[in-house]
Design a protein around this ligand. Structure first.
Ligand SMILES: Cc1cc2nc3c(=O)[nH]c(=O)nc-3n(C[C@H](O)[C@H](O)[C@H](O)COP(=O)(O)OP(=O)(O)OC[C@H]3O[C@@H](n4cnc5c(N)ncnc54)[C@H](O)[C@@H]3O)c2cc1C
Length: 574
């Protein structure tokens, strides 16, 4: 018998789980297939960007992620030393720059969280399984698929038995070596592997060696080892990332005993008690699929793109993909949108993947500037008087590494351009990698401002978004909200209006949301379910019902493309 669902997700890594969770929140019948019997054992990703935390906040899991991650803000710095008990070379203290911290706090209700992937995955799974329409199958493999005009039929293998699963759409979250991508004949433009590492996850009480210093990352360079010590929980769980050259030593030579010896040298103490949990050889490279899908199959996460982790954009971008695609699939499946809305997934996410590849490579080159100085001959003297020049050189290069740790602009500043956005002709206000310029230009992340609800609860304007279209207007004019109710019912689209102002359900705390969003009290902004601005109407329009109706029909691909472009142009000109 063939099983059925609306969307099948192959891959239960962080991106597949995020995809299933968001589809479930939107009521989509979803089956997730994962060949492993449990979560990833190795921590891999550790930094959860503020943008991802905003998504987690909408899903109600941000407090759990922060609590299970366990790292308090005083760890938010990165240091360069010869050994933990050796000489100090330089530090980037993310909290020292109070002006920048204040600014970052104004960007979002959330801030960077430090929580490793092996801790994130169970939280995502638990939340996904909480959704009535989500089924998660571990120990189950997708062994092949065929697609036709109606949907996709998967061959599912479990315990040496095969069954069929039919879905309307298939999401491939099956990782960097995506078999689904290969089966579709989609290639990837990929670099060669350019840096090799061994990541050792271990338990140890290191507090006595820190002597009151707290840093989430310790870059280590001495004649015995060059690597990075990364805290996972600010207490007893760590990664030591060892740089090695496969031409000189094989990854199999990094036995648990050899790793313990190396970690002790990184710390500078021969007796520290170390219990190894896992050892993962990996390399740096980047890759971008030539297409993000074919017909009814979509690639997300590492299946679509891969970056070096300098900047921490792998998992974070993949979760962004899932957030972008889920509402579009739900809208098409519910008959609220035309199927061509799905084309906007690649149109919107590919430029982000390209940006993240470019910036991850810039970050990598900056790290390599220090690496290049660490040739064995010079490192031999780094802890002696002779090494003073090298130590000064590293201290200078450390100053150049900041963008890798401050990426507010890269996380929040991108602006989607596609037919799922109704441009208003305003010029882009570009963010830089570190500096995010808040803008409510259509396509942008709807910017954060604090609000107070009538029951006294403090919440962010971004908390209003997440599962439907939301039209935000001032409390002084009811015509927009009446129009939204009427258009939502006429078109059968999941949409609502929210009014902000004194005497209403929400009022602003201090920052003027109207100024931030570029509106008069007679204007309105329409925000998509993924929290990006769909359309902005700075002032009153003569016919709000017609305006909203045309706008939603255009964004949801319910009109012929050429007509949509013409009316969208007319609406934005009005
Ligand atoms: C050492 C290291 C450090 C990293 N640091 C960071 C960081 O700080 N920040 C960051 O954002 N990213 C980081 N990354 C990258 C991050 O780990 C990946 O981007 C992320 O795991 C991608 O998630 P995914 O769900 O797309 O793929 P994966 O996590 O690879 O999951 C794919 C899943 O699909 C399953 N699967 C594959 N084929 C099938 C099949 N046919 N049937 C059933 N199941 C299948 C696999 O078993 C796997 O569980 C790091 C990676 C490494 C290796």
């Amino acid at each position: 018998m063939t099983e059925r669902c609306e969307v099948a997700v192959v891959g239960g890594g962080p991106v597949g789980l995020a995809m299933a969770l968001q589809l479930g929140r939107l009521g989509v019948e979803t089956t997730l297939i994962e060949r492993r019997s449990t979560f990833t054992r190795h921590p891999k990703a550790t930094g959860v960007h503020a943008k991802t935390m905003e998504i987690f906040r909408q899903w109600g899991i941000a407090p759990t992620i922060r609590a299970r991650g366990g790292l308090s803000p005083e760890w938010m710095s990165v240091t360069w030393v010869t050994r933990v008990l050796g000489l100090h070379l330089g530090t980037i203290d993310l909290l020292q720059d109070t002006a920048r911290i204040q600014e970052a706090m104004s960007h979002s209700p959330e801030f960077l969280a430090w929580c490793s992937q092996d801790v994130i995955e169970p939280v995502l799974r638990e939340a996904a399984e909480h959704q009535k329409t989500v089924r998660i199958c571990y120990d189950t493999e997708c062994a092949g698929f065929v697609q036709d005009d109606e949907g996709v039929t998967l061959r599912i293998a479990q315990n040496d038995r095969e069954r069929a699963l039919h879905c309307r759409y298939l999401v491939a979250a099956d990782g960097a070596h995506s078999e689904i991508r290969s089966a579709l004949g989609i290639g990837a433009s990929a670099s060669a592997a350019f840096d090799h590492h061994i990541n050792v996850c271990f338990r140890a009480e290191l507090a006595p060696y820190f002597r009151g210093r707290r840093h989430m990352m310790w870059w280590i360079a001495n004649p015995d080892t060059v690597g990075t010590l990364i805290t996972l929980n600010g207490a007893d769980r760590w990664i030591y990332q060892i740089h090695y050259r496969p031409t000189e030593i094989s990854s199999v030579d990094f036995t648990p005993e050899a790793c313990v010896r190396t970690i002790r040298r990184a710390i500078g103490a021969d007796t520290v008690d170390i219990r190894i949990e896992s050892i993962l050889p990996w390399h740096l490279d980047h890759a971008l699929a030539t297409s993000f899908g074919s017909d009814r199959v979509f690639l997300v996460g590492d299946a679509a793109h891969r970056f070096p982790p300098t900047g921490g954009f792998g998992m974070n971008s993949g979760i962004g993909d899932a957030h972008n695609l889920a509402w579009k699939l739900a809208a098409v499946l519910r008959g609220q949108a035309g199927a061509t809305l799905l084309d906007t997934y690649e149109a919107e996410r590919r430029p982000i993947a390209e940006l993240n590849i470019r910036q991850s490579m810039i970050n990598t080159h900056r790290v390599d500037e220090i690496g290049a100085a660490l040739n064995p001959r010079d490192v031999a003297s780094i802890e002696t008087d002779e090494g003073a020049a090298l130590r000064r050189l590293i201290a200078e290069k450390v100053l150049n590494q900041r963008e890798g740790y401050w990426s507010q602009g890269q996380q929040f500043g991108y602006v989607y351009e596609s037919s799922a956005v109704l441009g208003d002709g305003t010029a882009a206000e570009p963010s830089t990698i570190s500096d995010y310029r808040k803008t409510a230009r259509p396509g942008a992340h709807a910017p954060h401002a604090w609000l107070i609800r009538s029951d006294g609860e403090r919440l962010s304007i971004v908390d209003l978004f997440g599962d439907r279209f939301v039209l935000v207007t001032s409390n002084e004019d009811q015509s927009w909200s009446d129009a939204m109710a009427s258009v939502a019912s006429q078109l059968g689209v999941d949409a609502k209006a929210v009014r902000i102002g004194d005497g209403g359900e929400y009022r602003e705390e201090s920052e003027s949301w109207l100024t931030l969003y570029g509106l008069t009290t007679a204007g309105a902004v329409l925000v998509r379910p993924d929290g990006h601005v769909a359309a902005r109407f700075p002032d009153a329009v003569s016919d709000p019902v017609r305006t909203l109706s045309i706008c939603l029909e255009s964004i949801l691909a319910r009109m012929h493309q050429r007509t949509a472009r013409a009316v969208a142009g007319a609406v934005s000109a009005a």
